[in-house]
Every structure is written in C-alpha cells, then in structure tokens.
Design a protein around this ligand. Sequence first.
Ligand SMILES: O=C(O)CCC(=O)C(=O)O
Ligand SMILES: [Fe+2]
Length: 239
Amino acid sequence: MTATEISEYAARFWEQGYLYLEQFFDDADMKVLHASILEHYGINPNYSHSDEFLSKAATEVIPWFPQQEGQTCFDALEADPYLRALSEAILGPKWRSLYCMTMFSKPGSRGQAWHQDCEPEDARQYNLNRLVYTHDINEETGGQVLLVPGSHKRGEITVGEVDETFEDQIELSPKRGALLLIHGHAWHRVRPANTHYRVSTNFRCMPAEVPESITDICVYRNMRYQFATASVIQDRMKG
Ligand SMILES: O=C(O)CCC(=O)C(=O)O
Ligand SMILES: [Fe+2]
C-alpha cells in the first residue's frame, strides 16, 4: 500500500463511513487466530449480557476481550504497519487503541440489530471499528454486515423496527483476511447466523481527544443502552 493509496482510502472512508478491503491480512495468520478464538469460546458458550439486553437490543453476541486477559496472539495484527498508517490517516495524529473485542454468534442466533456504537451528537466524538474476519461470511454462515453508506453524517439513527430494510442499505459478506472499517456513528447491523457459528474481531480505536468510555452508550432504534450500568437509559419508542 502506497502513501497515495492510504490517503485515497481515508478519503473514501470519510465519504462513505466505511471501507472494505479484501486480502488485507495473511491467510495463515487468520487461521491461527481463528483457532485461538474457537478454543476460547468452546462448543456452546453462555451469553454474558443480561436477558433484558439480549431481547430489547435484538442482539445476540458473546464478546471477549482477549488482550485484557493477557492473550498476546492478537497483538501482531494490531501492530500491522498498513493498519496503523490507515488508522492514522483517518483519525489523525495521537489516535489511540481502545480495545480488541471478538464477537461470537451461535448458530441460529439473531446477530445484531441496527445501531450506532456511540452517541452521534458530536461529530468529533466517535470510535472507529477495525473489523477483522478470520473465516468467510456467506449464505451458509449468515451474519452478513448491513450498513447505510454516508449515515455517519446523518445524526441519530431513526426510530423504528430493529431489523428494517433501508432503501439505501448495502450488504457485505466479508471474506477471511478482510478488513472492514466502520465509523461508530454509521448505521450498521449484522444478519442472523444460520446453521453455522459466526466470529468477528474488532480492534476498536479513536481520535486523540476521545475518552475511553466512548462506546459505553450504544444507540439502537428503540433505545439507548449503557453497558457500564447494564441499563436502558432512554426508551426511544416512548419519545
Ligand atoms: O461483527 C461485525 O461484523 C460487526 C459488529 C459490530 O457492530 C461492531 O463491531 O461494532
Ligand atoms: Fe457496532
């Protein structure tokens, strides 16, 4: 990747609110990482969120923060020079890593409803998702990513059905080794998992001036939810 390509990618990201690049990571590295993710979750992992969250958010994923447990096998990916250069071009100097989070969806589970990862009122306050896929997402796995291009500039996601079809949505089926960048204010969703489990890994980061609590409040079409207190802080259906 040349410096010109990096600045073109960053410009595309800022126009669209996302950037999808296939074959970004080495296939062999992806296989190793995938094995350690599966080893962590085991065959039938338990949900860690409350029942209220799982049903109201229509979101069924099991998060894991490997680096917070001293797992080092994710570090090399995060240190990738092209990933760092791209992050810097998008976020500016002194940008910071937030955390690495893997997400596991059981077969037949609901995926994730439409949401914004953080509150969208201040355009300077946002997280960047750097999603890495260690296996192919396809019709068989389900779990395709839906997003609305340009929605990172449209403010709060509209109130309505948690799985509505938007006219201008696009669908991505990320391949093993792909990198998907999504702006935290962009409207995005994950389709239900089919007959297969689904795994993704997110190296979240943010611009220099953004606090580490940035992703504590997630905006869904029916509510704002705070993870630190595990509570619904706004019921948007009631206005
Ligand atoms: O797992 C994915 O593909 C996207 C999940 C998501 O919404 C996120 O990481 O913010
Ligand atoms: Fe998200």
